[in-house]
Write a protein that binds this ligand. Structure first.
Ligand SMILES: Nc1ncnc2c1ncn2[C@@H]1O[C@H](COP(=O)(O)OP(=O)(O)O)[C@@H](O)[C@H]1O
Ligand SMILES: [Mg+2]
Length: 333
């Protein structure tokens, strides 16, 4: 694209999102001003350690936060220019199905064991399209074929336990794309799978995206998974985006010390999908985020200003932003 889409033309735009969890232990500031946007056909990877707020961001977009304890305390989620967060419930239900769809982090365990998979896929069509049982099974077969499940017609009435993990994830993907969403959010879609199956699922998602020109949000803690697939990366830390850039820029020259640390993390072959972080220390307790930059206690570059002033997410190059007082130094390193 030679010109950037204007804000109103963005397929999805998340603005200044804030979510907190009010618990007996205190108020956990889970999301603290998250901003990003997504165009048609674009893949955005949201990357960050466990607990950084990736899933809560997705749940807020989907309007499925568990309230209480979660409370949406600010922000807008504009889908094709309209705010999903203030839309009347009825309209939202109608719109969100075909508009924005999600594959959940615990997808593999969320199929119902007592119903055939085709019945569960078909439910999308019975509920949202008023289809009868037999037609909904036909649609289920079509979708199972689309996500490359072998012998779909013979297996449409089989139960979830009769499928492998990879095949069950394909079934979850089939359900998520059933109503032709414009935006698909995939929350750690390959975490529970073997490396070879991971690659197959990623290429399936990519294929489906190209076919439908969907916007794809890929949530992951694993930099390795997204390198080949993502166009853009947003790195999250303690409920904020600390770096946002084109994928090649992040890999060749990170602009935030946290991103740099993630890139230096060592892949662990003995622990599927896990990485051993090269970054010392732990993410902050979100009920007590340190003053200044939330990353300062773990940051090798931290100086006085980092312990008092919270850095804003600012432009540090074409189409890239970083929230660090010393981004220039990181880039020049
Ligand atoms: N049910 C909950 N109760 C209290 N706090 C929660 C709950 N779910 C999430 N949180 C808070 O929100 C933060 C972000 O969680 P989450 O978005 O699930 O992280 P991840 O990046 O691993 O997907 C957690 O670190 C935690 O502080
Ligand atoms: Mg998560």
């Amino acid at each position: 694209m030679s010109t950037e889409a204007t804000d109103d033309e963005r397929l999805l735009r998340v603005e200044d999102l804030h979510v907190e969890f009010r618990t007996p232990e205190g108020v956990a500031k889970a999301i603290n001003g998250v901003d990003f946007s997504l165009d048609e056909g674009e893949t955005l990877a949201i990357l960050g350690e466990s607990g950084s707020g990736k899933s809560v961001t997705a749940q807020a977009i989907m309007g499925i936060l568990d309230t209480p304890p979660a409370h949406l305390t600010g922000g807008r989620v504009l889908f094709q220019g309209r705010d999903l967060l203030t839309m009347p419930d009825e309209e939202r239900r109608k719109g969100r199905g075909p508009g924005v769809s999600m594959i959940f982090q615990d997808a593999l365990s969320s199929l119902n064991p007592v119903f055939p998979v085709g019945w569960q896929i078909g439910e999308m069509f019975r509920i949202h399209r008023g289809m009868n049982r037999s037609d909904s099974y036909d649609q289920a077969i079509r979708l199972m074929e689309r996500v490359n499940i072998p012998a779909a017609r013979e297996r449409v009435k089989a139960y979830p336990h009769q499928f492998s993990g990879g095949m069950r994830q394909r079934i979850m993907i089939a359900m998520a794309i059933a109503l032709d969403p414009k935006v698909l959010i995939a929350d750690e879609p390959t975490t529970a799978l073997d490396v070879t199956v991971q690659a197959q699922i990623m290429s399936l998602l990519q294929e489906l995206q190209e076919e439908h020109n969907m916007g794809l949000i890929l949530i992951t803690h694993d930099l390795g998974v997204v390198a080949d697939v993502a166009d853009r990366i947003a790195v999250m830390y303690a409920g904020r985006i600390v770096e946002r850039a084109d994928v090649e820029d992040v890999y060749s020259k990170p602009a935030h010390p946290y991103t740099k640390g993630l890139l230096e993390s060592i892949p662990r072959l003995d622990q599927k999908g896990q990485t051993l972080s090269a970054i010392g220390g732990l993410p902050p307790n979100l009920t007590r985020i340190p003053p200044g930059c939330a990353f300062n206690p773990r940051c090798v570059l931290a100086r006085d200003v980092c312990r008092t002033d919270d850095p804003e997410l600012l432009d540090v190059g074409p189409n890239r932003q970083s929230a660090c007082h010393f981004s220039k130094e990181v880039l020049d390193a």
